[in-house]
Design a protein around this ligand. Sequence first.
Ligand code: G3P
Ligand code: MG
Length: 236
Amino acid sequence: MYMMAHRGISGHRPENTMASFREAVKQKVDCIELDVRLTKDGVPVVCHDATIRRTSNGKGFIHQLTLKELKKYDFGSWFSEEYKGERIPTFEEVLELVKDESINLNIETKNGPVIPEDLEAKTLDLVYRYHMQERVMYSSFDHFSLKRLYKLDSSAKVGFVFHMNLINLFDYIENTGVPTFSIHPNHFYITDEMIQEAHKRGIKVNAYTVNNRGWADKYRHMGVDGLITNYPAEMK
Ligand code: G3P
Ligand code: MG
């Protein structure tokens, strides 16, 4: 099964930091899942939440802080003193880390409370500048973001993330007009029928966030294609 390290090896390292991504490279996982947002000065950075309160010693919204301001904060100590001094990574720093490694990226575009219309263009631009277009896929809970990505790059591999149990999921996806590479359901909602229907249409199913070995085995037997997990080594 294809293993995606959720926010890097976030079970053992502070999430979405270079320490977390370096460990993913070291463990030779198939893919790193990371969350990309725009700073006040329009730089794509890697952070899950809209604010930095939970994962740093600072506070405030990412979209209201410049990169220079964000770089002052410590994104490691909240997890463990061992990682004190970790800084928020720019998306470009992550591309620099992985460009010569055999590892793929699942780039999750994040927005809210504001929805910057240029997040997708800036992200794509960096991916192409680093010649990573064959090694990345894009995913989002914001399906308008996926539409923007597809409009900008019709060859982009796109994955629909959803945390609700949708009725007529495949009709919904088809109606978006975005060719779908994969679906990323909250793993609780995965059924045999969902997997069969996805595979019939040539769509992969990647389950998030699976951190329990029993569940991992269950999904493996069901035919789920990939796991998004904080513990890729333990889920193998
Ligand atoms: O790729 C989806 C996975 O990341 C789950 O969502 O909230 O952890 O970004 P989240
Ligand atoms: Mg994510």
